[in-house]
Design a protein around this ligand. Structure first.
Ligand SMILES: Cc1cc2nc3c(=O)[nH]c(=O)nc-3n(C[C@H](O)[C@H](O)[C@H](O)COP(=O)(O)OP(=O)(O)OC[C@H]3O[C@@H](n4cnc5c(N)ncnc54)[C@H](O)[C@@H]3O)c2cc1C
Length: 289
């Protein structure tokens, strides 16, 4: 039987209370959101926090709203809420593409957007989607809040810039005109983690790519992004040839590892092919298709 080590439990009643509990219990305290990642890790004793600070009562951290030209998503928003959100689907269809293929309804009903990002699993789907969208993350701590870009948020596998005493509260995505986005994933079976996946966001100026965002997951891409491929696309014609070359560049710069999900060469192939496919679909959407 898998049994977690002894742990203290506190239920936060507000963000300020959660922060005061983090300060009181120190670096061995952990936030408990949906628990879909943390609790299994505790059962396997891969994580042994001394105190869990449960934020599930903080309804003020559960929202999706368009404000000031940005989509703002509270950290406690469940995957299922994001999948149901008309505003998210209208402005950033990549988020619905990704949510449709994350786990199963049970995980999506309770797992949270913020928990997914903070878990920082190198195969996390939303990390790639938010990297493609050039989102930013709002982190609150004892000295107030700070905002970091999605590209700075993850510092390595299972690591983020969130320091002891801090917590993620919100994700922000700027809504820009002329944009389209899409997500493509290959998994071994329905509801499984990706063997490889790519997200693309594209902003057009006529038939030219004004800007592009490419997110990759499970293929060893630094910060879940492909900046060299984005740079190639900026100012390039929005054509099949450009997208194929961007896919090649993205694949050249990632560092996939062979594991039970597949060999490194296959994952590199997926990075190439799925980047091109996501760009193609993002273009159709940017053109209103
Ligand atoms: C069977 C199964 C299948 C899955 N399949 C997929 C998949 O296909 N694709 C995919 O991308 N994911 C998949 N997942 C992962 C799932 O999306 C995440 O486990 C889950 O959503 C994490 O969110 P949570 O709310 O459960 O986080 P928790 O488990 O509560 O927390 C995870 C970590 O984040 C920290 N944390 C949480 N919230 C905050 C915060 N606000 N501030 C600071 N730290 C915080 C916690 O302390 C903990 O360290 C799967 C999970 C399961 C169990």
């Amino acid at each position: 039987m898998q049994v977690p080590a002894h742990v203290e439990y506190e239920r936060a009643s507000s963000v300020a209370h959660a922060l005061s509990l983090l300060a009181r219990y120190g670096p061995e305290a952990r936030i408990l959101a949906g628990g879909h990642s943390l609790i299994p890790m505790m059962k396997l004793r891969l994580a042994q926090p001394e105190t869990l600070i449960d934020i599930n009562g903080l309804s003020e951290l559960s929202y999706i709203e368009m404000t000031g030209g940005e989509l703002r998503i509270g950290t406690l928003t469940r995957h299922a809420q994001l999948l149901d959100s008309a505003a998210a689907g209208e402005h950033f269809p990549i988020l619905h593409d990704a949510e449709k293929v994350i786990a199963d309804p049970v995980v999506r009903n309770w797992g949270t957007v913020g928990g997914s990002l903070c878990q920082a699993d190198p195969s996390e789907d939303l990390s790639a989607a938010f990297a493609a969208l050039k989102a930013s993350m709002v982190i609150c701590g004892p000295d107030g809040s700070r905002t970091v870009s999605a590209r700075e948020f993850h510092t390595g596998p299972y690591e983020t810039v969130i320091a002891a005493g801090e917590m993620l509260t919100e994700i922000r995505i700027p809504a820009r005109p002329g944009g389209g986005s899409a997500y493509e994933k290959v998994g071994r079976r329905v509801g499984d983690w990706p063997v490889g996946a790519a997200g693309a966001a594209i902003w057009l100026d006529g038939d030219v790519v004004a800007d592009a965002g490419i997110g990759l997951t499970a293929v060893g891409a630094h910060q879940f992004a492909a900046p060299e491929a984005e740079e190639f696309l900026r100012g390039a014609p929005a054509t099949e040839e450009s997208f194929a070359r961007a896919g090649e560049i993205a694949a050249e710069h990632c560092r996939p590892a062979s594991d039970q999900r597949g060999p490194a060469d296959y994952k590199r192939h997926l990075a190439h092919e799925l980047t091109a496919r996501a760009l193609r679909r993002a273009l159709r959407r940017a053109r209103g298709g």
